[in-house]
Ligand binder design. Structure first.
Ligand code: GN1
Ligand code: MG
Length: 380
């Protein structure tokens, strides 16, 4: 349930922040949106001069996670402009259903408000849509795959050098693993004893972590501009039809591998349990979801992917699931400084969940691989 704040301190804060952007009209109410583990997000509703209600998204960029928020905003600006331009050129532009940044006082697309905790930006609200934290049916999986595949396709002609890394080595799995080992070694919170089983499991997979990065370094996998955070709740689906409408959360759009995007979709769109489900018997990959996801993704992306990318799609699903598990575990050991937590062992719970999912994916890799090959043949 999202509460509307028309008066009181939350409403006043949202109105104060909204007032810093090029929004015209009278402030009606504000809402706190609890999506994502990183940024703080509000929605503000205004009545404009014609009596219409317009809603906006106000978001504080987490500067612990994004060390250079201004660089993040330059990336987001370039990507949203490119997409709008391309959709206009193809006459596919549905007004208001792509992300647009609103300028702040001072002319930039963000504003530093130290008294409000830092950097803020303002987007249009994508109307008549919703998101899912977990998939409920295969159609949603198809739509998510199609949305991110189309997103990649829309930006695949951007020059990777135009976009800077907002978080260096974001999907560098061997580095993520090295960081985990360092955190386990330091054990600043005295939590290591709780993670021995998980660390043991990860040791058994060590020889697989550098597979994609090695291929990229050898030039076998192309560096592209990719989304890098393609979890299912980062795609807005039409409220009535569940058709994909818009991809959101563009902060990590940067040079990477298309495979990381597909991998994170496998992680979040093929399992019906939440990322922090504690009952691990509920956490497993479901083939029908994978098949629909792959179909949606390849319907949009089969044309521009190279054979080495296609061959590693299933593997990437496993790798990214393990990688996020490592990141949760590292944060648990470090004392929960990165991901927002709601309970003391939240990050450990998330890590165990992801490792269980990875084990389930591992068992199904041959079947996943076979399905991808079959699909690819159908486009010839
Ligand atoms: C974070 O912001 P959010 O919740 O969409 C994280 C992703 C993780 C995800 C795990 C910048 O994404 O990398 O996959 O949590 N984003 C960043 O749920 O670290
Ligand atoms: Mg995010």
């Amino acid at each position: 349930m999202i509460t509307k704040h028309t008066t009181g301190p939350v409403a006043e804060r949202i109105a104060r922040i909204g007032n810093q952007f090029a929004i015209s009209g009278e402030f009606l109410y504000g809402e706190e949106l609890c999506n994502g583990h990183i940024n703080t997000t509000y929605r503000a509703c205004y009545r404009d001069e014609d009596g219409r209600e317009e809603r906006y998204i106000l978001q504080r960029i987490n500067d612990y996670v994004f060390k250079d928020p201004a660089q993040v905003m330059r990336n987001v600006e370039k990507v949203t402009r490119h997409i709008t331009w391309k959709l206009l050129r193809r006459r596919q532009y549905a007004a208001g259903q792509t992300l647009t940044l609103y300028p702040a006082r001072g002319g930039r697309n963000y504003i530093n408000l130290p008294e409000e905790g830092g950097m803020w930006r303002c987007y249009n609200n994508i109307e008549s849509t919703h998101t899912y934290d977990v998939v409920e049916n295969t159609r949603q999986a198809y739509q998510a795959g199609y949305a991110f595949g189309s997103f990649q396709e829309l930006i695949c002609d951007m020059n990777p050098e135009d976009i800077k890394e907002s978080i260096p080595d974001f999907h560098n799995t061997p580095k993520r693993y090295a960081n985990l080992l360092a955190s386990a070694e330091a054990d600043v919170m005295g939590r290591r004893a709780r993670c021995e089983k998980e660390l043991e499991l990860l040791r058994g997979w060590e020889d697989k972590y550098s597979r994609l990065i090695d291929m990229q370094q050898r030039g076998e996998l192309p560096t592209r501009i990719t989304h890098n955070d393609t979890k299912i709740n980062n795609v807005m689906l039409d409220e009535e039809t569940d058709d994909a409408v818009c991809v959101i959360d563009l902060d990590t759009v940067m040079p990477g591998l298309a495979l990381y995007d597909f991998g994170d979709m496998v992680r979040t769109a093929t399992c019906m349990a939440e990322e922090d489900e504690e009952d691990l018997s509920q956490v497993y990959m479901q083939m029908p979801f994978f098949e629909s996801l792959a179909e949606g993704y390849l319907d949009a992306a089969h044309d521009f992917l190279c054979p080495a990318e296609v061959e590693n799609l299933a593997f990437a699903g496993w790798l990214i699931t393990v990688e996020i598990g490592m990141r949760f575990l590292t944060d648990y050991l470090d004392g929960d400084r990165y991901f927002r937590v709601e309970k003391p062992e939240h990050n450990l719970i998330r890590a165990r969940n992801q490792f269980k999912l990875a084990q389930s994916i591992e068992k199904k890799l041959p079947a996943m691989q076979r399905y991808i090959r079959r699909l690819m043949k159908s486009y010839k």
